[in-house]
Design a protein around this ligand. Structure first.
Ligand code: PHE
Length: 339
């Protein structure tokens, strides 16, 4: 038995010396001191030994255990300190490195403005709604009182994907979507991208951003419409801005208006930014046509409302005095970095 212990000791000592990680050493601990280890086996069988052997084997096992434990401990110290060194080297952080040269991005000016508009409308009780840019002919045109072959379709040159699927030409496509989903009463704004199949120039691009507004409730009057628009536009552009409505034709509103604001650059005194008119065209607006409410299963005898759609890129151009709308989608960092 004593010989057996000696064998165990030799094997263990060389294994401990060869262990190279704290994990190896933990495994050795289990191997030599665990419940299923040879040493526990020997301790368990002590009762079957002769008295003579009991007296020598018991203490021998214990002293071997102590010896192995202390050699595992001292090996552990070496291994752990080596592991720590390696970890420190690997995870070394140099606090003197200058990170200021790292480029940090920021939101595009149109997105910044869009968020600001959302905040203003939210503070006035509107909620923000999102709809698809790939849209059905129904929501983009038909539900908005623009039947197939209606001449008004020519006002908006359209990218067709299939016969009845288009890239939305206006965020008005979400009017009937939102009405169908939430019913009336409703106060909603829909910011988003729209597409027009037309040649681009300094003030027109084939991709641009609009923000649509829709208010439907009982007894909504033209007076409500005018007061709301005036208040919101002053909130957006400041108290000094003037709002002007001109008659405008959109099949989904009656009456319909083109909405202008006084030029922010010259304050209405006429300058190149407003093409010497003193006014800037912001978008369309009007009282919702009964056919639009009907398309959304809302009774036009009970409910009425108004809608408006503004060009967000145009607002951005005024705000920052930008002379060409195409900068917006150019991806040119010289432009984007200025905001
Ligand atoms: N959707 C119209 C456009 O893109 C603008 C508009 C919105 C007009 C809502 C009236 C009411 O030109």
């Amino acid at each position: 038995m004593i010989e057996k212990l000696e064998q165990i000791k030799q094997a263990a000592i060389s294994e401990i010396a060869n262990a190279n990680s704290s994990k190896d050493l933990e495994e050795l601990e289990i191997k030599y001191f665990g419940k299923k280890s040879e040493l526990s086996g020997i301790l368990k069988s002590i009762s079957t030994l002769s008295d003579e052997e009991k007296r020598t084997v018991g203490p021998a096992v214990n002293s071997l255990k102590n010896e192995l434990m202390s050699s595992i401990e001292s090996r552990k110290k070496e291994v752990v300190s080596r592991e720590l060194d390696a970890k420190l080297k690997e995870e070394y952080i140099d606090p003197t490195i200058d990170l200021s040269k790292e480029e940090v991005g920021h939101l595009h000016p149109v997105t910044q403005l869009r968020y600001k508009l959302e905040d203003i409308f939210k503070s006035a009780g509107f909620f923000v709604y999102d709809g698809p840019e790939i849209e059905t002919d129904f929501f983009n045109f038909e539900a908005l009182n623009i039947a197939k072959n209606h001449p008004a379709r020519d006002m908006q040159d359209t990218f067709y994907i299939k016969d009845d699927v288009v890239l939305r030409t206006q965020t008005s496509s979400c009017q009937v979507r939102a009405l169908k989903e939430f019913g009336a009463p409703i106060k909603v704004v829909v910011p988003g991208r729209v597409y027009r199949n037309e040649a681009s120039d300094a003030t027109h691009d084939f991709i641009f951003n609009q923000i649509e507004g829709l208010v439907v409730d009982e007894n909504v009057s033209i007076a409500n419409f005018l007061a709301t628009l005036d208040t919101l536009i002053k909130k957006i552009f400041g108290e000094n801005v003037n709002v002007r409505l001109r008659p405008g034709y959109f099949p989904f509103v009656e009456p319909g208006f083109e909405l202008d604001i006084s030029c922010l650059v010259c304050g209405g005194k006429k300058c190149p930014a407003c093409k010497h008119t003193g006014w800037l065209e912001l978008g369309g607006a009007g009282m919702i046509h009964p056919n639009v409410l009907k398309a959304a299963d809302i009774d036009p005898e009970i409910y009425s409302g108004f809608a408006f759609g503004f060009g967000v890129d145009r607002m951005m151009m005024q705000k920052y005095k930008i002379d060409d709308i195409r900068w917006s989608t150019s991806g040119d960092l010289r432009f984007v970095k200025q905001f």
